[in-house]
Design a protein around this ligand. Structure first.
Ligand code: PLP
Length: 392
């Protein structure tokens, strides 16, 4: 077993005076300090409940300010790359269907949310008498791992009193490595932040971790008055956090135990090694793609995902046939029984293959082998194209 993480060695069981140290719930050894991401408290729940609960907290806070009857005026914001979990949460929270602004992103911005576009959208809503409520920004979007510029976005939302949530479901795990913390530049200004330890931090499904700046907003929205059954002396004295008041569920699974075991088994160094090895393998794959001029890397690789495609070739119909060509390639790659399994992204009208390194057992030679399969299938497809186009 690897030596315990440094962050565990310093665990004191204390959470700091005003919750300055995020804690991972209650564990067999009192509480643990964790990576100091946000000046905020933390708890965990399943999947995208994090988004829903914070949205409800933000909604109630705003309605307390502007009046309950104005729920129909609330508007929420995201990008066209935001996970559909957000749209779903907005519906459940009672936001009008046409008040969810999915702001268009473009290739030039690497599909990140543009602060200028956000500013324009918010201003238009304010001018129309509507009330901006919530922004869901993403670090590591699902399709291409785009990184929204949190600091700049917060500068746009601040004058409107908008709650900013950061969804770092996948890429949040990379933040155990200091070299990745630049991706959350400006995060001090956000209201809440969530990541899924079950995606890339070796915890099994489900284990979503959330930091929230003002838990009181959650308690105001989700806390119960009639807590006589569950109250005990400790919670009266506020020594115990009553997570049932932060969340939708009352009785909950002991998810912190999984996280605790992962931290104990791997330690901070082990977790960093794990993330870095995946990033290194993705970089190796990226280099191989770049070295073959038939291919292009479509979006910048930031974490362990490489989005690539066969370049459109004029002699085969150019951009018009590029998507079909790449769709065909993906099908062929996945049909190779002993080969890799890859998925696709369709962003900005471009179909691309996704090589995601994220499995615990993946080793360098697998990545090399995967690339050989892609090259081999590409050669076959391009040969077919030559024949089809030469007979025209
Ligand atoms: C996977 C993912 C989600 C959804 O997470 P669940 O655990 O399935 O709720 C949300 N956002 C992003 C960016 C994701 O990658």
């Amino acid at each position: 077993m690897a030596p315990p993480a440094q962050c565990l060695d310093t665990a004191t069981g204390a959470t700091g005076q005003n919750g300055t140290v995020p804690v991972i719930g209650h564990t067999p050894e009192k509480k643990m300090q964790c990576h100091n991401l946000l000046d905020a408290d933390e708890f965990r729940l399943q999947g995208h409940q994090a988004i829903l609960c914070t949205l409800v907290a933000a909604r109630d806070r705003k309605l307390a300010e502007i009046g309950e009857n104005r729920i129909c005026d609330l508007v929420v914001y995201c990008s066209d790359q935001t996970h559909f979990a957000f749209r779903k949460a907005a519906r459940i929270a009672g936001i009008q269907r046409d008040h969810c602004r999915a702001i268009h992103t473009c290739h030039g911005d690497m599909f990140a949310l543009s602060p200028t576009e956000l500013q324009a959208a918010m201003q238009a809503d304010v001018d129309a008498g509507l009330v901006p409520l919530f922004l869901c920004a993403t670090i590591g979007t699902t399709q291409t791992t785009a990184v929204d510029p949190i600091g700049e976005l917060c500068a746009v939302t601040a004058p409107h009193g908008v709650w900013v949530h950061v969804d770092a479901a996948y890429a949040g795990s990379a933040l155990v490595c200091p070299e990745f913390t630049y991706v959350i530049h400006g995060v001090e200004a956000v209201d809440s932040f969530s990541m899924n330890a079950h995606k890339w931090l070796l915890a099994n499904n489900d284990c979503c971790v959330m930091w929230v700046k003002k838990p009181s907003a959650l308690v105001a929205a989700l806390g119960t008055e009639q807590e006589y059954i569950l109250k005990d002396a400790a919670s009266e004295g506020h020594d115990v956090v009553d997570y049932k008041d932060w969340n939708m569920t009352l009785t909950r699974r002991f998810r912190a135990l999984k996280m605790w075991l992962v931290l104990r088994c791997y330690g901070i160094q082990g977790l960093r090694d794990h993330i870095r090895s995946h990033v290194r393998m993705a970089m190796a794959f990226e280099e191989m793609v770049r070295a073959d001029e038939r291919f292009e890397v479509v979006t910048d690789r930031t974490f362990a995902l490489v989005c690539f495609r066969l370049r459109p070739q004029d002699k085969f119909g150019g951009e018009k046939t590029a998507n079909d060509l790449n769709r065909g390639l993906l099908e062929e790659v996945n049909a190779v029984t002993s080969g890799p399994y890859m998925s696709a992204a369709n962003v900005g009208g471009m179909f691309m293959l996704r090589c995601a390194v994220g499995s615990t057992l993946t080793e360098e030679h697998h990545v090399g082998d995967a690339w050989k399969v892609v090259q081999d299938r590409a050669s076959a497809i391009l040969r077919k194209m030559e024949i089809i186009y030469s007979s025209r």
